[in-house]
Design a protein around this ligand. Structure first.
Ligand SMILES: [Zn+2]
Length: 364
């Protein structure tokens, strides 16, 4: 049970990070950033946590899909040979199709017809190939783009095409042991690659229970300090002349407490407050036995909700001041310090494709 809870914590904290990543990449498109889509995309980019072994995923599958998985598992045991759920559902679809044909009038086969629709949906969900074609929110990018500064932490990249034509380049670091993850971090950069300029924001996701987060624990302090060092102490939180005149103070790193799920079939939801890391000192309170903690009521005085956070970053009213590529490369020298063996780290760079090159688009 304890293991299931920590697995659930790992999955949910990662899922919330992935969901916010999608939200930032689509400028807050609510149709693209549902929990189901985040699970789908999460399975692609963090397969160890949100892939086939995911508890959350198993519990969100339709009854029909679960029935076929169970049937296949039981039959495999019975016959001592691997039986595939996909084959079983396909056989039944064939049977039902011929029954519907033979059954005559619509009213005489409506139940069979309904079952057939569910089976076809299950077939799609069980078929990895068709599934990814239908569900993929972002397609893999077709052209390679060079010239974007690179962090050197030994991670491969994957480029996705965003709905507006921009490219999202991801480096994802996820620990080998998905049962013991203490949280997730996103470092999100929005580039203007033609001006060689970038705005950057960091979010640290942590599970809290009953909307309270104790800060005393050494690991917790360490992780917050790392984010603060990388973002705030590198002067990313200082105003820059080229930026929006009307904007929030420059804090570019946020703590995002994420509600603990009690069970995998619970309705997925969480508070979405983002607390500026350099402001934690000002909103913390003292709890029992001198423990220092954040509570929902207190962080609300300074925090931003998830949609406000996304909207303000998209319009450059929060996040770092605008940095040049030279400065960004300097910052990357310290990027390794953010890597933590028990946290998921998603490094995202969003930039224009070649199609939006000002030289290209000014051609007659
Ligand atoms: Zn700051």
């Amino acid at each position: 049970m304890a293991d299931e809870q920590s697995r659930l914590d790992s999955e949910f904290v990662t899922l919330n990070a992935v969901r916010e990543l999608i939200r930032l990449a689509t400028d807050g498109d609510a149709r693209k950033s549902t929990y189901d889509q985040a699970l789908e995309f999460g399975a692609q980019i963090c397969p160890k946590i949100l892939g086939d072994d995911s508890l959350l995923k198993k519990h969100r599958e339709s009854d029909m899909v679960r029935k076929y998985r169970q049937k296949a598992r039981a039959m495999s045991v019975q016959s001592n040979a691997k039986v595939e759920a996909l084959g079983l559902v396909r056989n039944d679809i064939k049977e039902y199709e011929s029954l519907v044909k033979a059954g005559g009038q619509k009213k005489d086969v409506d139940r069979l017809q309904k079952e057939l629709v569910d089976m076809k949906r299950a077939e799609e969900a069980l078929n990895p190939q068709r599934h990814s074609e239908h569900q993929a929110i972002f397609r893999d990018a077709r052209t390679a783009i060079r010239g974007i500064p690179e962090v050197n932490v030994g991670l491969g990249t994957r480029d996705f095409e965003l709905p507006d034509g921009d490219i999202l380049r991801l480096r994802v670091l996820h620990p080998d042991n998905p049962e013991h993850i203490s949280g997730a971090d996103i470092v999100y950069e929005r580039h203007d690659r033609f001006k060689k300029a970038v705005n950057i924001v960091g979010v640290q996701y942590k599970i809290w229970e009953n909307r309270e987060l104790y800060l005393n624990e050494e690991r917790m302090q360490e992780q917050l300090t790392k984010m603060g060092k990388f973002f705030c102490e590198n002067n990313l939180c200082k105003a820059g002349v080229e930026d929006h005149k009307f904007r929030f103070p420059y804090c570019s790193a946020f703590l995002r407490p994420t509600d603990r799920l009690q069970s995998p079939d619970q309705k997925l939801m969480s508070t979405g407050e983002h607390v500026p890391i350099c402001q934690i000192e000002n909103v913390k309170t003292t709890g029992v036995r001198g423990g220092v903690k954040l509570t929902y009521e207190n962080v609300r005085k300074l925090s931003l909700s998830y949609d406000v956070f996304e909207g303000l970053f998209t319009t450059k009213k929060i996040g770092s001041r605008t940095l040049g590529y030279e400065e960004l490369l300097g910052l990357y020298d310290q990027f390794g310090d953010l890597v933590d063996s028990d946290r998921v780290l998603i490094h995202a760079q969003e930039f224009q494709s070649d199609l939006s090159d000002p030289l290209f688009s000014s051609l007659p």
